[in-house]
Design a protein around this ligand. Structure first.
Ligand SMILES: Cc1ncc(COP(=O)(O)O)c(C=O)c1O
Length: 400
């Protein structure tokens, strides 16, 4: 992997035929340090958002020691990459073999669950272990978030007290976790969720050792400008302290998106233009999965075929077709690009570090391509202190 100043330089050097993923290690370090320094509790990285081994190492070097893993493959990956990391298996539905391997072979003691069946499974698979750290996942609303996580997992408030009591019987350490949905656009999402946690704990009357406010912390995308992350941290801290929990109870969070969105962008090439539709070489089965499936709008900029940044012409709104043979490989956008963009030009698509680079498949023979590193800034950032909101001016975390 080479280090380049920016995407235009990659185009000049490689004139790539295939999409190129660009890593920005400095941006990932800055995000991790921001969370480690400013979140008033422990920070877990949600590996699913981007399981790149390089990124896992960056998180570790920046002070993230705990990792939220959701599958046995993620358990093995983190254990292999970071032998001393603490693994937390936070998928509420696991196989017994996965639980046993995680516990006996990889030293994972923390598991989440949202049903009595899962609790019994964990007890069986760990042969009645007495050092289990168990987190009951509560179902909470996703109404403040761009992507819902409210339907699939989580025990309802009516059943939560009984599950908390049953889990307390076998757990050495008991937590409550939830997920407010991804890209939560208001800190109030966490207030609402913590109110539900309060109701569940009060009804259950059990000692709680940990509250995990999950992921959902936002990044910046076109049309999605969240408030500063400090607002989220402050309100979470206040409401955490007001809960009826053990005096030494811990506060955790497990962000994915906010820790890695700025880590990657991607260079794609325009293979054909048809009016305002551009046929490009990555799409719905690649890193642009969310652009196709949930109409996510990522920031874009044109790099001319000769590697010059040619954004001086008035912009027009474009949609994209990906490279596979199927109509669903379509990204509506709109993606504003110079009106004279043409086949042979390249486009840098930004903010693809979370649920972007991780989503690439080889469907139809497309989806592979080089990975390079660049040293310029991501197309937008929550951590540089240069957003318009005056409250974010002191957000900068220095790069030591
Ligand atoms: C259990 C759990 N924790 C954390 C995350 C990360 O969420 P986000 O990327 O929104 O921060 C997810 C995402 O699906 C999740 O399922």
């Amino acid at each position: 992997m080479h280090i380049h100043p920016d995407a235009a330089s990659v185009v000049r050097d490689l004139a790539p035929d295939e999409p190129v993923i660009l890593n920005r290690p400095h941006a990932a370090r800055r995000a991790a340090r921001f969370f480690v320094e400013k979140f008033p509790g422990k920070v877990l990285y949600a590996v699913k958002a981007n399981p790149s081994a390089d990124l896992l190492r960056l998180q570790w070097e920046s002070g993230v020691t705990h990792f939220d893993v959701a599958s046995i493959a993620e358990v093995r990956l983190v254990r292999e990459t970071l032998p001393e990391a603490t693994l937390c298996f936070m998928h509420p539905v696991k196989t017994e073999r996965a639980i046993a391997e995680a516990y006996f072979d990889h030293g994972c003691k923390t598991f989440s669950l949202d049903s009595v069946e899962e609790l019994e499974k964990i007890v069986r698979a760990t042969k009645g272990a007495t050092d289990l750290r168990l987190c009951v996942r509560l179902r909470v609303s996703s109404e403040y978030s761009e992507l819902s996580l409210a339907s699939k997992f989580g025990v309802d408030l009516t059943e939560a007290p009984a599950l908390l009591q049953a889990t307390r019987q076998v757990a050495d350490w008991l937590g409550v976790c939830f997920h407010v949905g991804s890209q939560a656009m208001s800190p109030f999402a966490y207030v609402q969720a913590l109110e539900r946690v309060r109701a569940a704990i009060a009804e259950a009357s059990v000692v709680i050792d940990m509250i995990d406010v999950g992921g959902g912390f936002p990044s910046v995308y076109p049309g999605m400008e969240p408030p500063p992350l400090e607002d989220y941290f402050k309100i979470i801290h206040q409401h955490f302290y007001a809960l009826p929990i053990a005096y030494n109870a811990e506060l955790w969070c497990e962000p994915g998106r906010a820790l890695c969105a700025e880590y990657n962008s991607m260079i794609v090439r325009v293979e054909k233009r048809r009016g305002t539709e551009l046929f490009i070489n990555d799409g719905a089965y690649g890193a642009l999965f969310d652009a196709a499936h949930v109409a996510w709008r990522f920031p874009v900029r044109r790099i001319a075929a000769d590697g010059t940044a040619g954004n001086d012409v008035e912009s027009e709104d474009f949609s994209f077709y990906g490279p596979t043979c199927d109509d669903a490989d379509f990204m509506e956008g709109p993606f504003p690009l110079p009106g004279d963009i043409k086949a042979g030009d390249y486009i840098e698509v930004g903010m693809l570090g979370a649920y972007g680079a991780a989503m690439r498949t080889g469907f139809n023979g497309f989806g592979s391509g080089p990975v390079e590193s660049v040293t310029d800034e991501p197309m937008s950032s929550l951590y540089r202190g240069d957003r318009d909101d005056p409250r974010v001016s002191d957000n900068v975390v220095s790069l030591r």
